[in-house]
Write a protein of this length. Structure first.
Length: 484
């Protein structure tokens, strides 16, 4: 347990490096803006949308009250989650495999690209990945210690709470079942109590399951994202990009074959395989036969299995090197470290650059452009032709200090006065004719959506374009009319 503590702490600190550098992106905006609502407003929101994220939003609400809304603050919670994931992998790995596999798996966690991304993202997936590991540890401890009814009730409650944090953690009992089936001489009483604890979990988790079913329409967009593809199945979930995927998937497969061949000596072999494959299979089947469901990010709950199997693969390769030559183990270790340094470290660093999120989210930089050049009394407008998660209006909400003193005529209803996620906005074409003399700042997401129509509307209203600043993805236009 002590090794898990220290490795978890080290991984959390390493993962937190650079956490505040990338700008927020759309999904994080949903988290941060929801968490800033009053409790009453948040409850109203969750009745119509994002109920499956409600527990995380509530946690983040408390966190923001304590530490503020900056990227450095909100993402710290996720870095801590990745630390708990790494520490849990060490604890579980010692029970399921051996000490060397456990320790290396914990150390590898921040280098698995998806874990690196989640550590610097204000979403609940990092905590969900950690919960998957620790609920499993709870079950293992209960069985090993032959604990009584109270412990099994605690396990059932833990399954339900984890499912409330992230819905698909309710699949983890399938992993647990595979481990229980692999146990020799498992008392029937333990099996009965496990089944009973799942009944408790089912009752406690019923509200979130029902809410998710009622709100399933909000993920209909998944049908148009191209996630149901070989890349979406094998690359994006854990490895993000092709380069890391080629390396880590090859090592993972070596590890999977190795542990399954010696599963008698590795009680974690079968459950690790089930943990890796079953959530993906279930989501794919649901997507095909029920409704759009599959999102590679959802498979973050299997990161613990990925770490353990990659670690097993690394040791299998090193052991092979040792058998081939006297110094083969050392040479193989050096080669693997060098390859990891070339392939995985740059990925970790890139995740912490200014425009790393969502293909180039640049909200903070765009806000700084407006803050440095605008004057009190200027007007700020936003394009409305892009999908909500990329709407430039989010920049205003996430970095409000940059827009202090500016007129905001486009707002119809603030989000926190509705049961939805976003502000209700007018369109530039309707507002432009009524704007008086002065300076207008227009933020657009690239040249897509409403950009051309918005620029044309302002020009028809008598405004002259003075400047255009291409930040990264966002374009900041400056218009003037009259003598100002």
């Amino acid at each position: 347990m002590r090794a898990g503590l220290w490795i978890g702490l080290a991984v959390a600190l390493v993962s937190y490096a650079g956490a505040g550098i990338p700008s927020y992106w759309g999904d994080e905006a949903a988290s941060v803006l929801s968490a800033q609502r009053s409790w009453q407003s948040l409850a109203a929101e969750l009745t119509t949308v994002d109920a499956v994220h409600g527990l995380y939003y509530a946690l983040l609400h408390v966190w923001i009250d304590l530490f503020g809304t900056s990227e450095w603050s909100t993402r710290a919670l996720s870095s801590i989650g990745i630390g708990f994931l790494a520490g849990g992998v060490v604890v579980l790995g010692r029970r399921w495999f051996d000490n060397r596999t456990a320790v290396l798996a914990g150390l590898l966690v921040p280098l698995i690209p998806r874990a690196g991304v989640l550590a610097v993202e204000a979403r609940g997936y990092a905590l969900a990945a950690a919960a998957a590991v620790w609920v499993t540890i709870l079950l293992v401890r209960i069985v090993d210690r032959r604990s009584g009814r109270a412990a099994w009730l605690l396990y059932g409650a833990a399954v339900a709470v984890s499912g409330t944090l992230f819905l698909y953690l309710l699949l983890m009992p399938l992993v647990h079942a595979s481990w229980l089936l692999a146990q020799r001489a498992l008392p029937r009483e333990a099996v009965r109590r496990w089944v009973g604890s799942l009944a408790v979990a089912a009752v406690l988790a019923a509200p979130i399951v029902i809410s998710a079913a009622l709100q399933r329409g909000q993920v209909a967009f998944l049908a148009h994202r191209g996630y149901m593809s070989p890349r979406g199945w094998f690359v994006t979930p854990w490895f993000v990009h092709l380069g890391p995927a080629v390396l880590l998937l090859a090592i993972l497969l070596i590890g999977l074959v190795t542990v399954l061949r010696r599963r008698g000596a590795a009680p974690g072999a079968l459950p690790s395989a089930v943990w890796l494959l079953t959530p993906a299979a279930v989501l794919v089947v649901l997507d095909i036969f029920v409704s759009p469901t599959y999102n590679p990010r959802y498979l973050s709950i299997s990161l613990g299995a990925v770490a353990l199997l990659v670690s097993s693969g690394v040791w299998a390769v090193i052991d092979l090197g040792r058998r081939l030559t006297a110094r083969g183990g050392v040479l193989t270790s050096v080669a693997l470290i060098a390859i990891a340094a070339v392939v995985l470290v740059p990925e970790f660093v890139h995740q912490r650059t200014s425009f790393a999120k969502d293909g180039g989210a640049d909200g903070r930089a765009a806000a700084m452009v407006v803050a440095s050049r605008s004057e009190p009394g200027d007007t700020i407008l936003f394009g409305t032709g892009t999908r909500p998660s990329r709407a430039p209006r989010l920049i205003y909400r996430l970095y409000p200090e940059a827009f202090e003193g500016l007129e905001d005529p486009q707002l119809i209803t603030p989000a926190d006065e509705t049961s939805g996620l976003w502000d209700r906005m007018g369109v530039v074409a309707d507002l432009a004719p009524g704007l008086g003399d002065g300076t207008v700042w227009l933020l657009e997401t690239g040249s897509t959506g409403s950009a051309q129509d918005d620029v044309a509307a302002l020009q028809r209203a008598g405004f002259t374009q003075v400047s255009r600043t291409d930040v990264h993805r966002t374009i900041v236009y400056e218009f003037r009319k009259g003598s100002s």
